[in-house]
Design a protein around this ligand. Structure first.
Ligand code: R5P
Length: 287
C-alpha cells in the first residue's frame, strides 16, 4: 500500500501505479484553529510505503501525523524533497542544525527494519542522522534522458557552481555531451566576473543543471552570464522545483528558454517523474 503525503499526491499515485499497489485514501484538512488534521482512511496493509515531500512546515507536521498512525510498523519512507536539508551547518552560535532535527524527529517514529529514501538531498551527510537504513536516489539520469529527447543544438550541461558539478557530469556522460561549471573570478575588491570554466558556450544550447531552484536567484544569474557569453538558448534543469515567490518571473525575465524539473515537488514544470526511480528502489530491483 502506498500513502501519498499532502504534497505528493500525484507522485504517490504514480508510485502506486508503477508498483501495482493500492493507493491509500487519506484526508488532509484543518481544525478550526488552523491545526493540521490527517486521517488515513483505508485499512492498512502489511507492507506500507509512504511518499511524502516536505516543502512546508505543515507538510512536516502531516508527515509526523502519518508516521504516528503507522507507529510500530516496518515501513519504507520516501521523502523525495527533504525540507530544511540546506540547514545542515551552523554559521552562528545558537543556530540549530535543522536538517539533523528533521531527521531525528522522523527517525523516532520508525520501527526496526524501516528504510528511508530521499531524492538528490542537498547533502547526503544529512542521512547519517538516521539510525535506520537511509539512502539517496539520483534523478540526474532521468533529467538527462529528457534533455536528450529535446534535440538541442550542440548542447553543453553546466552547473551554476563547482559544488553542483556532479549532477552535470552524470547527466552529460549519460547523453554523451560536454559539461562544465560557472567559475567566479575576482578581478578586484569590487569586480567579480563569472563564466564557464573551460567551455566556450557561444552558439551552443546550454542546460544549467542544479539540485533545486528556490528563489531563482542562482539560475537567473547563470542565465544572464551564459547569454552574455553568447549561448544560443539557455534551458534549466532541476530536480526540485521549489520556485518560491516570483522565481518563475525572474527566470523568464532573465531569458530562460524552458525549465524542466521532476515531480518531487508537483509544479507546472514537473514533467519528469521520479516514480519509477522510487518504485525500483522500494522493490529492490529494476521494474
Ligand atoms: C545551493 O547550494 C543549491 O544547490 C541551489 O543552487 C540553491 O539552493 C538555489 O537557490 P536559489 O534559487 O534561491 O538561488
Amino acid at each position: 500500500m502506498i500513502i501519498g503525503g499532502p504534497s505528493s499526491q500525484l507522485l504517490g499515485g504514480r508510485v502506486a501505479a508503477a508498483l501495482d499497489e493500492e493507493l491509500a485514501l487519506c484526508e488532509y484538512s484543518s481544525f478550526p484553529d488552523g491545526e493540521a488534521y490527517t486521517q488515513v482512511s483505508s485499512d492498512l496493509d502489511e507492507e506500507i510505503t509512504v511518499v511524502c515531500s516536505t516543502p512546508s512546515d505543515r507538510d512536516i507536521i502531516q508527515l509526523l501525523q502519518i508516521l504516528d498512525v503507522l507507529r510500530g510498523r516496518r515501513i519504507d519512507l520516501v521523502v523525495p524533497y527533504f525540507g530544511y536539508a540546506r540547514q545542515d551547518k551552523q554559521f552562528k552560535p545558537g543556530e540549530p542544525l535543522s536538517a539533523r532535527a528533521m531527521a531525528v524527529a522522523i527517525d523516532a517514529f520508525l520501527a526496526e527494519g524501516s528504510r528511508v529514501y530521499t531524492v538528490n538531498i542537498h547533502d547526503r551527510s544529512v542521512l547519517n542522522n538516521f539510525r535506520h537504513l537511509a539512502m539517496d536516489l539520483d534523478a540526474a539520469p532521468l533529467l538527462a534522458d529528457e534533455i536528450r529527447a529535446m534535440g538541442l543544438h550542440d548542447p553543453v550541461i553546466i552547473s551554476p557552481d563547482k559544488g553542483a558539478i556532479r549532477m552535470a557530469r552524470v547527466a552529460a556522460e549519460r547523453i554523451g555531451v560536454d559539461y562544465d561549471y560557472l567559475e567566479k573570478t575576482r578581478h578586484s575588491g569590487t569586480v567579480v566576473s563569472m563564466a564557464p570554466k573551460e567551455i566556450d558556450a557561444s552558439g551552443r544550447d546550454v542546460v544549467v543543471l542544479d539540485d533545486m531552484i528556490a528563489t531563482g536567484g542562482t539560475m537567473a544569474q547563470a542565465i544572464s552570464i551564459l547569454r552574455d557569453n553568447g549561448a544560443r538558448r539557455v534551458y534549466l534543469g532541476s530536480v526540485h522545483p521549489v520556485l518560491t515567490g516570483s522565481a518563475v518571473l525572474k527566470l523568464c525575465r532573465a531569458g530562460v528558454e524552458a525549465i524542466i524539473a521532476t515531480d518531487t515537488l508537483e509544479k507546472a514544470v514537473s514533467t519528469v517523474s521520479v516514480a519509477g526511480l522510487i518504485a525500483e528502489a522500494v522493490r529492490g530491483k529494476p521494474l
